[in-house]
Write a protein that binds this ligand. Structure first.
Ligand code: HEC
Ligand code: HEC
Ligand code: HEC
Ligand code: HEC
Ligand code: HEC
Ligand code: HEC
Length: 359
């Protein structure tokens, strides 16, 4: 009922605005009742129609990790200075205008339709446009810009944060790491897809060359994570606005990858089972590679079994620039969470060359 009253209030506002603009502009055709102003809803019904399309998107979004994960909106993360930039809707709307380290809004909201889209700015379907500037925004960590098309809307949040100390591979001075959380923070996927020369990871020299995989050059977040969900039917869990490329767990064999995001290139796989088995195989190999690097870091006393850096304010870790770079690269790769799949060739070079720098 409250929603209906709200709607009627905004609806009549829309009609009033329209009546007053007809003084300047050309008049709309009179309605059947002879009153001008039918155009007042013409914009609204480009979106608010009876086809339930918006309702479907909302239902998908409701099962997204953004809503269910507990780290957005009402969480403490949304209410902390700076954190709010990517952990609330209002923070994000300031961040896309180039303002970072914002103070939290009074009532921080989870990301929602208004966050990414310009809802109710012009009251026409143009408002599906994104808030991110054309061409993308510079990364926080190195000022480089990676234009990932519509996925620019994702990578404002899914990017590395600045990690202190910033390293200089040309310097022979040691650096001091003072936090067990040293690294790029939790969502550096945008940087991983940007890859070569842009990622902000430290491209140590070694036996492997840095090249980007096809996933990074010819696909984007949206290709894989927002393709329509194969077989997700009435639970909306896969693809679309759920943003889920896969659901279920690897641990109990219930994981299911959405083949629709992959089929354009991996045409040999026609259903979720096929692509899921392919991903499982790559994961097994890649987890081994990540472990090789972690074991080197553990042997040197730099990280523990959980992957946390062995450092604190009271007892800093003092290492060479190259060793600190290898620690950063390890965190970058694990925080990306795709087990190298976002940009396999690039990530494998980071691992191999980091191992060589430690030996
Ligand atoms: C670009 C598409 C679009 C257009 C055009 C549009 N809306 Fe909306 N509207 C939305 C979306 C998206 C929501 C949020 C839905 C949700 O949160 O589930 C919304 C929500 C609403 C709500 C519910 C309150 C709220 O903020 O959630 C009202 C009322 C409303 N719109 C009225 C209007 C009126 C009146 C017009 C025309 C003057 C209009 N809208 C034009 C997309 C649109
Ligand atoms: C406003 C910042 C923001 C934007 C924009 C954003 N994300 Fe997120 N994303 C987050 C945060 C924060 C989380 C963690 C939420 C939680 O745990 O509660 C998250 C979680 C996720 C997850 C689930 C991760 C998991 O471990 O289950 C996926 C997948 C994801 N985002 C993909 C995307 C894609 C694709 C886009 C663009 C269409 C996008 N995100 C846009 C901030 C954002
Ligand atoms: C530049 C954007 C950005 C900023 C600023 C940011 N976060 Fe996040 N944060 C993310 C994204 C994106 C995710 C989800 C990453 C994923 O699932 O891979 C996330 C996830 C998290 C998680 C969940 C981790 C997990 O593995 O489930 C915690 C906790 C968190 N952030 C805390 C913070 C805190 C505390 C701050 C402020 C000191 C902060 N974040 C600032 C983007 C950001
Ligand atoms: C995290 C960012 C994000 C949020 C939040 C979000 N969307 Fe979207 N939306 C996208 C992206 C990205 C696309 C483009 C997908 C594509 O190209 O396939 C899109 C596309 C759409 C489209 C198609 C637009 C067109 O031009 O035809 C509609 C409709 C839509 N979203 C509705 C919604 C609704 C309703 C909500 C709230 C429940 C919502 N979106 C929330 C990112 C978002
Ligand atoms: C080529 C397809 C592809 C592209 C492009 C892609 N992803 Fe992924 N993403 C995956 C796969 C596959 C996984 C791993 C799923 C698994 O292990 O089950 C994954 C994992 C993730 C995860 C960890 C949570 C989860 O659901 O497993 C997040 C968060 C994520 N991607 C966000 C992004 C963002 C943000 C972008 C764009 C910067 C992006 N991805 C681009 C395919 C892709
Ligand atoms: C734009 C084309 C394209 C799309 C879309 C695409 N892939 Fe790929 N994928 C490739 C190519 C080409 C390779 C091998 C060469 C390379 O690494 O560049 C590859 C390699 C892989 C690998 C091997 C990774 C490794 O560690 O070597 C996996 C797993 C994979 N893809 C899974 C997926 C999944 C899952 C999706 C959909 C969610 C997907 N791909 C979407 C083109 C694509």
């Amino acid at each position: 009922m409250k929603r209906l009253l709200n709607f009627l209030a905004i609806f009549s506002l829309g009609a009033m605005i329209c009546i007053s603009c007809t003084k300047e502009g050309p008049q709309g055709a009179p309605g059947e009742d002879g009153i001008d102003g039918t155009d007042g809803t013409a914009g609204c019904i480009q979106c608010h129609t009876n086809n339930e399309n918006m309702r479907i998107k909302s239902t998908e979004w409701a099962v997204s990790g953004h809503v269910t994960g507990g780290h957005m909106g009402g969480s403490t993360y949304a209410s902390r200075d700076g954190c709010t930039d990517c952990h609330s809707s209002q923070g994000y709307q300031l961040a896309v205008m180039g303002s970072w380290d914002n103070t939290p809004a009074d009532k921080p909201l989870s990301a929602n339709c208004y966050t990414c889209h310009q809802i109710h700015e012009t009251y026409t379907s143009d408002d599906w446009a994104f808030r991110t500037p054309d061409g993308g925004m510079p990364f926080l960590t190195n000022g480089e810009t990676s234009d990932q098309g519509s996925s620019n809307t994702c990578i404002v949040c899914h990017q590395s944060r600045v990690a202190e100390p910033i390293l200089d591979l040309a310097s022979s001075d040691n650096v001091s790491i003072t936090s067990s959380r040293y690294g790029p923070h939790h969502g550096p996927q945008g940087n991983m897809i940007a890859g070569m020369g842009l990622s902000g990871a430290y491209e140590l020299s070694g036996t492997m060359n840095y090249v980007n995989s096809t996933h990074a050059t010819d696909a984007s977040c949206i290709t894989c994570h927002m393709a329509s969900g194969a077989g997700s039917g009435g639970n909306y869990e896969l693809g679309g606005h759920s943003n889920n490329v896969a659901v279920g767990s690897w641990d109990d064999d219930s994981r299911e990858v959405n083949v629709n995001g992959c089929i354009a290139c991996h045409s040999e796989f026609t259903d979720n089972d096929g692509i899921t088995a392919f991903v499982a195989g790559a994961r097994a190999t890649n987890l081994g590679l990540i472990d090789d690097l972690q074991q080197e870091l553990i042997a040197l006393g730099y990280v523990d079994e959980d992957g946390d850096v062995v450092a604190s304010g009271g007892s800093p870790l003092v290492v060479s620039q190259a060793h600190a770079a290898a620690i950063y690269n390890f965190k970058f790769i694990t925080e990306d969470k795709s087990i190298l799949i976002h940009n396999p060739k690039y990530a494998k070079a980071l691992i191999q060359n980091s191992i060589e720098a430690l030996q």
